[in-house]
Design a protein around this ligand. Structure first.
Ligand SMILES: Nc1ncnc2c1ncn2[C@@H]1O[C@H](COP(=O)(O)OP(=O)(O)OP(=O)(O)O)[C@@H](O)[C@H]1O
Length: 568
């Protein structure tokens, strides 16, 4: 019922708007108004009047008309004035629609405006907010403008491309003109000199058109490549700032596809499609102006032909034209979607903040895990740490022990700020980890992985990896701690040996140590042992205390390091 009423309102609005407009259109043709106002003032005043009247009528009846309708009304009201002014300025004569208000002119303007509004809507549609897909969340038009903005450094290249495009189109337009002249010469009084000069011009225009088209293509390709390269670097930079969880959720294939395929498609959005559209537009306009300059009456006659005759006569051209347009629309939409995907990653703010500012001169090294609850982003259903609390004292070695998969590595990952706990906080010297400056914090902690990663380069390079100004003493100290100094010293080139044998250890002066212990000796020597099970601290104390307790630590040690299964 409500839908029916809306349809009735729409039909009523349309009819009323057409009646108001037709009345104004005919009224604008009255000679009296011409005489009182002068030609151009009359033209533009009546255009403004028609725009206001039709817009107000539509607003009153429909309430909130969509942007497509407003665009149509604007184009449609202003078109007669633009057309008439253009004809006067360019040809210094009145167009056939100037002095008389004719229904054919009205139909022509209405058709042209509708075509333009639909063309705009199909090429760069307003996004459908309810469509749900992520790429459609940003409006297509905004995306298009953003791509255009990113093209800024390549504007000179694009301008060069546009100049060659214009040259190519101008030259192309003159070829049929000279073909006509050749036919005229051959068909009437043949004059060799005139014939040769026409042929020469035809040849020159053909060469000019090919060279310009080639230059245009080359320059635009350069612009596209430079844009694509720039946007790839930007996207890559944005990706390197994302937290580890992001890479666990998003598949590698999707990331590489955005980096390679979507960036390339985005580059094409502006350049190729605008190029094709401009070429088609300039060719059409050029042809019409050339025809107008020969005879505006004939041109107008051609344009005013009945649609059926037009279709029959130009059936092939029409099909080709629509095929081209369909291709451009499809390609353009594809590219705008691709741009949306690229911008989605470029705009993504890492979920682990790096805005901390603290950079104290001295760090004591007291670390407190306070009531952590944590699940990995890739598996949010499974809680890995539950109400996990632990204190690591400065200068002490704390050993995390426990069966595999119970959360030991997760504690270390959280301390490195690779992930953010859902609840709770980790404090360093009483301040939350996130309040420390990102680079400062990561200079203060060093991690030696259970699976050593070695880089190409010398032993020195591997020990000092990521450190600036690391002295020889510090390097040797780190190697001594890893029981590698004597061995390295015996090598022919010492610390400059090319084949790396040691992973970096030299970053901090060994204040607070957290180890995931797998060797009995390491565990026994630790100042503090923590048994982690089911994401919780099950037992803690020294080796002696825990062995006396005869609890799960005792059981674990017996299981892991009995006579038959000693990792020692
Ligand atoms: N990146 C990840 N994404 C999802 N789940 C993970 C991830 N890393 C670990 N887990 C899961 O979290 C739980 C705890 O893993 P964690 O690596 O912390 O255990 P662990 O005690 O250190 O084991 P191990 O001594 O074998 O390394 C395990 O169930 C594991 O499957």
């Amino acid at each position: 019922m409500a839908a029916n009423r809306t349809t009735i309102y729409k039909v009523f609005a349309l009819t009323l708007a057409v009646c108001v407009d037709l009345s104004l259109f005919y009224a604008s043709g009255f000679a009296g108004i011409h005489n009182v106002l002068g030609h151009f003032a009359h033209l533009w005043l009546s255009a403004a009047l028609r725009w206001s009247a039709v817009t107000i009528t539509t607003l009153l009846v429909l309430g909130d008309p969509n942007p497509l309708l407003i665009r149509f009304i604007t184009a449609y009201s202003l078109l007669p004035a633009v057309y008439e002014t253009g004809t006067r300025v360019l040809y210094r004569e009145e167009s056939p629609c100037g002095p008389v208000a004719d229904i054919r002119c009205w139909l022509m303007f209405a058709g042209a405006s509708l075509g333009a509004a639909l063309f705009w809507e199909i090429t760069i549609p307003d996004s459908d907010e309810e469509a749900g897909s992520k790429a459609q969340k940003q409006k297509s038009r905004v995306l298009f403008m953003r791509v255009l903005h990113l093209y800024r450094p390549d504007y000179p290249k694009m301008l060069g491309g546009l100049v060659f495009l214009s040259l190519a189109v101008i030259c192309e337009m003159f070829i049929p003109f000279y073909t006509g002249r050749v036919i005229d010469i051959l068909g009437s009084h043949y004059q060799q000199s005139e014939f040769l000069s026409v042929l020469l011009f035809m040849g020159l225009y053909s060469v000019g058109s090919s060279v310009s088209a080639g230059c245009r293509g080359g320059i635009l390709l350069c612009a596209i490549s430079s844009f694509t390269c720039r946007i790839k670097v930007k996207l890559f930079k944005a990706l390197t700032k994302q937290e580890i969880g992001f890479f666990e959720i998003i598949k590698t294939g999707e990331i590489t596809s955005r980096l390679s395929k979507d960036t390339t498609l985005t580059g094409r959005t502006v350049c190729l499609n605008v190029n094709v559209m401009l070429r088609t537009f300039m060719k059409t306009m050029g042809m019409i102006s050339l025809m107008m300059s020969l005879s505006w009456k004939l041109t107008f006659l051609v344009l005013m032909e009945t649609p059926i005759t037009g279709l029959i006569q130009n059936i092939y051209d029409t099909v080709v034209f629509f095929q081209t347009l369909t291709y451009i629309f499809g390609d353009m939409l594809n590219s705008v979607m691709a741009a949306g995907k690229v911008f989605e990653y470029m705009d993504r703010k890492p979920q682990i903040s790096t805005d901390g500012k603290l950079k104290p001169d001295q760090l004591e090294g007291r670390i407190n895990y306070c009531g952590l609850n944590f699940a990995y982003p890739s598996n949010p259903e499974k809680t890995v740490l539950q109400d996990f609390s632990l204190e690591l004292k400065p200068g002490q070695v704390t050993a995390l022990v426990g069966p595999s998969g119970e959360g030991k590595s997760t504690c270390v990952s959280l301390l490195q700020r690779l992930y953010e706990p859902q609840d709770g906080e980790i404090f360093l010297d009483g301040e939350p980890l996130k309040s420390y400056d990102h680079h400062f914090f990561h200079k203060k902690i060093a991690v030696v992985s259970q699976e050593p990663v070695l880089f190409s380069g010398s032993i020195r390079d591997n020990i000092t990896y990521g450190l600036i100004d690391c002295s020889q003493e510090k390097i040797e100290e780190a190697a001594r701690k890893a029981n590698a100094h004597v061995f390295i010293h015996q090598l022919e080139k010492g610390y400059d040996t090319g084949k790396p044998v040691l992973q970096g250890l030299a970053s901090c002066p060994n204040q607070t140590l957290l180890v995931i212990a797998h060797r009995l000796k390491t565990i026994e020597n630790a100042d503090h042992i923590v048994v982690v099970r089911g994401g919780k601290v099950e037992e803690k104390g020294t080796h002696k205390e825990l062995m006396e307790l005869q609890g799960s630590y005792h059981k674990l040690i017996n299981e892991l390091f009995d006579d038959t299964n000693s990792p020692e």
